[in-house]
Write a protein that binds this ligand. Structure first.
Ligand SMILES: Cc1cc2nc3c(=O)[nH]c(=O)nc-3n(C[C@H](O)[C@H](O)[C@H](O)COP(=O)(O)OP(=O)(O)OC[C@H]3O[C@@H](n4cnc5c(N)ncnc54)[C@H](O)[C@@H]3O)c2cc1C
Length: 386
């Protein structure tokens, strides 16, 4: 039984353990739309994209046509104007097809939101329509070879000469980097002032800029359906108007974007884990051992119930954090970090347990479970290590 069969069998048997209690009719419709997109446009191809290390840009553009590239960008700026909770539903649904593709879309949404929230009118007008339809892809460039968790120690420097900025330094692990050629926008945090967070500013650097180079596409454990490269600035020239927001506010803006990013990556973990759980449920209804179907063994029923319970608890915290961010609550940042930690840890362990329930077949690529485990592992590392 290949992965596609597992997922469709789970659907036929209506096995999903996902509770939708508390969602509005509009949210249910949004979730349904994203689920259908995942089922038709992502799931059937996800294993091949992983195997071939193929970044499905046309599929991403098809998602953009449904409003999924600027989900919480305001409508007057060309976005869908939806809430963070809506976004969490969307990313979870998309990740049931492929966590990697959903996670890249999350990063793109994060960059689009930063331009909407902090950009000038001219920057919003210039960039947001192109980002909303994904004519331009985006990358969020914060991490450097010498600093990840301690991002405020970054060393990439931007200096002014004449009416331009010139950037020198290197960013590491940049998702999506190098794809799209000139039609790619790099949102880069660089130092314009003294040491520490208040010396950092943000810049919008176009893919075709002189002095912009890329490292090789990294070989990775998972997340193969999107490239990860170093981005190198060698006296890279950017016009004065490429600074995003006020000078010295780059770090604060980057951290604000990560609140939403953490929710989204947590949602991607829930979606991947839900697909794994649904696949394991379907499998245990078919596989026999010792003369009985696996799902008739009470020990496995307890295990499946625990997996569903853990996921539901993580989802509840994630939705609470999303609502806090929507409400502009004082403790939203804290809740987003907590929800990210719980959702990505739980998501990984549920996916790993699901793999175990398939026995040796869980370890085979064709069944799709090992891909989910590989993809979800990195969610515990990025966007703030757990
Ligand atoms: C596939 C992939 C894609 C990524 N995409 C992007 C991207 O698009 N943009 C981007 O900017 N970055 C990206 N990253 C980078 C990612 O955000 C960093 O890897 C992450 O922030 C951790 O930084 P680090 O790797 O430098 O680890 P370090 O910060 O060096 O941490 C190493 C270990 O030490 C622990 N640690 C660090 N400080 C402390 C402390 N004070 N107390 C206790 N423990 C501590 C960490 O938790 C970790 O376990 C990506 C990474 C990967 C692997």
């Amino acid at each position: 039984m290949r992965a596609k069969c597992l997922v469709s069998l789970a659907r036929k048997l209506a096995l999903s353990t996902y509770s939708t209690t508390g969602l509005t009719a509009e949210q249910l419709a949004i979730r349904e739309m994203a689920t259908a997109f995942a089922k038709n446009e992502i799931t059937p191809f996800a294993l091949d994209w992983d195997k071939d290390k193929f970044f499905p840009v046309e599929t991403l553009r098809a998602a953009a046509a449904l409003g999924l590239a600027a989900i919480y960008v305001r409508e007057e700026s060309g976005g869908a104007g939806l809430s963070r909770l809506d976004a969490a539903l969307i990313f979870e649904a998309l990740a049931t097809g492929c966590p990697t593709v959903a996670a890249y879309l999350s990063i793109h949404n994060m960059c689009a939101w930063m331009i909407d929230a902090f950009g000038s009118d001219a920057q919003r007008e210039r960039w947001l329509p192109r980002l909303a339809r994904m004519q331009f892809l985006t990358s969020y460039c914060l991490t450097e070879p010498g600093c990840g968790s301690d991002a405020a120690a970054l060393r990439t420097r931007a200096v002014t000469r004449g009416d331009s900025y010139f950037l020198t330094g290197e960013k590491q692990f940049i998702s999506g980097a190098g794809a799209g050629g000139d039609e790619h926008l790099y949102l880069v945090m660089a130092r314009t002032g003294a040491e520490g967070p208040s010396g950092i500013s943000a810049f919008l650097i176009e893919g075709g800029s002189a002095g912009l180079k890329f490292g090789q596409n990294e070989r990775k454990m998972g997340w193969n359906a999107q490239p990860t490269r170093a981005v190198i600035f060698d006296d890279c020239k950017a016009p004065a108007e490429s600074m995003l927001g006020p000078e010295g506010r780059g770090f604060a803006m980057a951290m604000a974007a990560l609140d939403g990013g953490r929710l989204n990556i947590g949602a991607c973990s829930l979606g991947g884990a839900q697909a794994a759980l649904d696949g394991a449920l379907a499998y245990t209804k078919e596989r026999k051992a010792f003369g009985r179907r696996l799902d008739k063994f009470q020990a496995l029923q307890f295990r499946l119930a625990d997996m569903a319970t853990e996921l539901e608890a993580a989802r509840a915290l994630l939705w609470r954090a999303a609502s806090a961010l929507d409400a502009g609550a004082e403790d939203a940042g804290r809740l987003c970090a907590m929800a990210k930690r719980v959702a990505t840890d739980v998501g990984f362990s549920v996916a790993d347990d699901a793999l175990q329930l398939l026995g040796g077949y869980g370890y085979l690529c064709d069944y799709g479970l090992e891909k989910i485990v590989r993809d979800l592992r990195v969610h515990r590392i990025l966007e703030g290590t757990n």
